[in-house]
Design a protein around this ligand. Sequence first.
Ligand code: XMP
Length: 326
Amino acid sequence: MDSNIRPDTMARITTLELAEQFIAEQVAAVREQVGNKKVLLALSGGVDSSVVAALLIKAIGKQLVCVHVNHGLMRKGESEQVIEIFQNQLDANLIYVDATDRFLDLLKDVAEPEKKRKIIGGEFIKVFDEEASKLEGISFLAQGTIYPDILESDGVKAHHNVGGLPEDMQFELVEPVKLLYKDEVRVVGEALGLPHAMVYRQPFPGPGLGVRCLGAITRDRLHALREADAILREEFDNAGLAEHVWQYFIAVPDFKSVGVKDGKRYEGWPAIMRAVNTTDAMSATIEEIPYAVLHKITDRITHEVDGINRVLYDLTPKPIGTIEWE
Ligand code: XMP
């Protein structure tokens, strides 16, 4: 039987009980597959790689080596959360690589979106490869492949994901959640004790804030974007919107407009808010956000974030606007 086909008899994992049963089966299967050898995992902090990490830590503990590459394009606090949960709480074997300067130096003056994506993806593989080659005795590579990735092998993740690996890496794969749908991965993640916010995290593109800091990325504008995005997320949480909106974020274009602050001319970038609902990301509708929330976010961003002097709300559904701006 093809191990990449989900058997018709496999129950949809919707409860803690079913999740625990799945975890017990996979723990046994992984131990059987891996023996006393070592497994490497690129841990991005996304739902799938986080759940795989937690599952493998349970199965093989320190035989798992997690590598978290911070490309400098993460949202505020994300790399810190990976370290807190996996290193401090789960006592994982975690290698943290802060490659911010490498990525931002390479991206300097590069304005073309697809070129930016290529640079980020290519450099990610390089950094991960360098870390892998420093390690000894790795026999397996774990991946957070999920069933939709197999079904749509040309789907979003396949060509979008930054976590692709060099073709000459000779590892056997460990893919414990490859037959699960996303909702099941989340149930399993919660059963493994991962925080709700991590397991129900909204989708975040592999190139991260790189495709939201529009045009050629500068450190000051990237910083403003990260701070504004953190405010948006905080206020969506406060307003109870986080559970109702599929994806929401800020994009900051590379032009300025005139404003006034403390009686003086104040040129700044606009922060563009986007909040969409969708089931498959192929089309998306715009979420109605209460005006009071929009005002609060605008007030906070324009007062708290250096360099931003206007806040706009993007009302464009997909089609015609894609979810991301570039
Ligand atoms: P678009 O912008 O095409 O986005 O409407 C659809 C979904 O895909 C995500 N997205 C990406 N994910 N790498 C990724 O891993 C990428 O380069 C990328 N571009 C878009 C986007 O956030 C949305 O959820």
